[in-house]
Design a protein around this ligand. Structure first.
Ligand code: HEC
Length: 183
């Protein structure tokens, strides 16, 4: 015959499992603290700490490339809500890139990226308007003008070898670019 555990043995089992959980979470917390290193108090040391965990501009630009590439395919498929999303992400990540390092040292002195952005934001604004209007032909033209804007900034920062072009395939396989069916 099977023995049902008595109340006291159940309590003992529960107590053991709680103790195990407590031990696990204590050691997990210790591990987190070791990995995370609590940030120092705000001062130049803190700035250095923040710099050490910040992505670099190539990183945020790779995000721009990702969103901007997918934007082309969303627009081609006339999926305007998706195009709007990718447009916003691309533009926001250009702004993030600028905030990370607003002034770049180039051979002739300092270059304020914000000044470059103001010029690039003109074709970007047109692109945004064409997306909002659901204008496929206008979208293609505006996208191509924005590509020239990308390259203008890359040339200005003396990285003319970052030559942006109209993409030939999306950056993501799992995304269905076709517009969602409206019932
Ligand atoms: C305001 C200036 C500016 C604009 C506008 C700009 N970029 Fe960049 N981009 C940079 C800078 C600065 C770098 C180089 C970062 C470095 O030196 O590490 C860069 C690098 C890149 C790279 C190379 C990153 C890598 O790791 O492969 C890609 C791709 C890129 N940009 C895409 C784009 C696209 C697409 C656009 C337009 C939608 C664009 N960029 C617009 C400033 C800009």
């Amino acid at each position: 015959m099977k023995m049902t555990p008595t109340i006291s043995s159940r309590i003992a089992m529960l107590a053991t499992s709680l103790a195990v959980t407590a031990t696990l979470s204590t050691s997990a917390m210790a591990a987190d603290a070791a990995v995370l290193n609590p940030p120092p108090t705000p001062d130049s040391e803190y700035d250095a700490y923040l710099r050490s965990i910040m992505p670099n501009q190539a990183h945020t630009m790779a995000d721009v490339a990702y969103h901007f590439t997918n934007l082309w395919f969303a627009g081609k498929a006339r999926n305007w809500p998706l195009a709007q999303f990718y447009f916003n992400e691309a533009r926001n990540h250009i702004l993030w890139t600028i905030r990370l390092s607003p002034v770049r040292k180039i051979s002739t002195g300092d270059l304020r990226l914000e000044d470059m952005f103001k010029a690039v934001d003109i074709p970007l604004t047109t692109l945004k308007e064409r997306i909002a209007a659901g204008d496929a032909a206008g979208f293609k033209k505006a996208y191509s003008d924005a590509v020239n804007g990308c390259n203008a900034c890359h040339t200005a920062v003396e990285k003319p070898f970052f030559r942006i072009r109209i993409p030939t395939q999306p950056e993501v396989q799992v995304m269905d670019f076709r517009p969602a069916k409206t019932k």
